[in-house]
Design a protein around this ligand. Structure first.
Ligand code: GDP
Length: 444
């Protein structure tokens, strides 16, 4: 089964911290070491592994313990999210032309599954969209290739354009496109020749076909069993053809995972479909998140984590709203929010997620420098607990002490405290449905 070894090793890596109430730095190091080995053994590209491990480690050590999740669950969550990201986050649809036909050129090494995939895709479009595709047989070097495509065409009832093996492939494509125009086909698939390895002559031929046909989509078909060699293949084809997407075949086999996890990260090109069997129906849209869960093999745990997280988020949002309404939002809450926000992405986007802030026109041009957030946090860190809870006690001498402690100038401390007070007022108004500006709060 695909990913079996990887799944098992990732689960083992996690087992050691499962059930632990607290994960120490040493535990985390050990877990990350295991994850790293698991990925390398699954033949994931070295650079991809390095980046992956670093990101997971940084996130895991910087994450605040979420209520309801034990440390192992949190790490599973992070690993799952990062696996998803490594494979591209979202499913990427087929490129389509706004005039007919949409031209899809298939490329790949011999035996990768090009001809089969052409049939599968044509079949899918025919079924899903009632499309009327034409398939062009442009692999003249392997006589059986033309027969194979013709057979596939008969099987799925899609016409095949072929001119035998004695005509130049570029000429075949030209004639094939003319035929498609005559017949008003809405999709044209070009099945090109493959080789056992990338060679200059093949690449030149593919470039010539590309130049003639101006394809909307150039899909590279890659055998998932080739592990991280897939990266070199993809880079080779991409350099010459500027491919638009990848189809990963043979995921029904016992592939280790290297290709699936390396391609997107290494080439930046999306995996659009996966082949999971020899039959025409065995083609699926590639969903990075589903693939990540499959690789981790922790479906149940992941949905539990998701549920807990949602409950936690809801509860937190509710608490925050209450504090805003009751005007008890203090510097501790402020710090919490900033730390959370920082781990989530660009500040400008996130402020708008605070209840009531989304459509506030004053926020339209807000820009925030991450450095300013750090400065603001330093100021809060220099306050005592009492000061954080009751900002009104911050008299001039306390402010001077805070300025010295945080290494920020006194005017900045003063301004920050003033802005905090204004923000509190605004929050209270916002929670009562009345909004005004909030810009400049974290400005330095
Ligand atoms: P081409 O040389 O790239 O055109 O490759 P073919 O389409 O002829 O495929 C080579 C072999 O791989 C054939 O035996 C196919 O049936 C098989 N194949 C293609 N895709 C898949 C897949 O997703 N799963 C499995 N198990 N076999 C596949």
């Amino acid at each position: 089964m695909a990913f079996e070894g990887l799944t098992e090793r990732l689960q083992n890596a996690m087992k050691k911290i499962r059930g632990k109430g607290k994960v120490t730095d040493a535990d985390l190091r050990e877990t990350m070491r295991e994850i790293r080995l698991a990925l390398l053994e699954a033949d994931v590209n070295f650079d991809v592994v390095k980046n992956f491990v670093k990101t997971v480690r940084d996130r895991a050590s910087g994450t605040k313990v979420l209520e309801g999740l034990n440390p192992a669950q949190q790490i599973v969550k992070i690993v799952d999210e990062e696996l998803t990201k490594t494979m591209g986050e979202e499913a990427v649809p087929l490129n389509k032309s706004d005039k007919i036909p949409t031209i899809i050129m298939m490329s790949g090494l011999q035996g990768a599954g090009k001809t089969t995939t052409v049939g599968k895709l044509a079949n899918k479009l025919k079924t899903d969209e009632k499309a009327r595709p034409l398939m062009i047989a442009a692999d003249i070097y392997r006589p059986a290739a033309i027969d194979q495509l013709v057979q596939v065409g008969e099987q799925i009832d899609v016409p095949v354009f072929e001119m035998g093996t004695d005509v130049n492939p570029v000429e075949i494509v030209r004639k094939g496109l003319e035929k498609a125009a005559e017949d008003h086909n809405d999709y044209v698939f070009i099945d090109t020749a493959g080789r056992l390895q990338i060679d200059e002559q093949l690449m030149q031929e593919l470039s010539d076909i590309k130049e003639l046909a101006h394809p909307d989509e150039i899909l590279l078909v890659i055998d998932a069993m080739t592990g991280q060699n897939a990266v070199a293949t993809a880079e080779g084809f991409d350099k010459k053809l500027d491919i638009t997407g990848v189809v990963l075949t043979k995921l029904d086999g016992d592939t280790r995972g290297g290709a699936a996890l390396s391609i997107r990260a290494a080439t930046g090109k999306p995996i659009k479909f996966v082949g999971q069997g020899e039959k025409m129906a065995d083609l699926d849209v590639f969903h990075p998140d589903r693939m990540a869960s499959r690789i981790l093999g922790m479906g149940d745990m992941l949905s539990l984590i998701e549920k807990t997280q949602k409950k936690f988020d809801d509860k937190q949002a509710q608490e925050l709203t209450e504090k805003m309404r009751e005007n008890t939002f203090d510097f501790n809450d402020f710090l919490d929010q900033m730390t959370q926000i920082q781990s989530m992405g660009p500040m400008e986007d996130l402020i708008k997620m605070i209840p009531g802030m989304a459509n506030n026109p004053a926020l339209k041009n807000v820009q925030m420098d991450p450095k300013d957030i750090e400065h603001t946090k330093a100021v809060v860190y220099s306050m005592t607990t009492a000061e954080r809870e009751r900002p009104e006690i911050l008299n001039p001498s306390r402010r001077r002490r805070i300025a010295a402690g945080s290494g920020r100038p006194i005017h900045e401390v003063n301004r920050m405290i003033k802005q905090f007070g204004e923000m509190k007022k605004m929050m209270q108004q916002a929670s009562n449905g009345n909004m005004s500006g909030m810009e400049g709060l974290m400005g330095g």
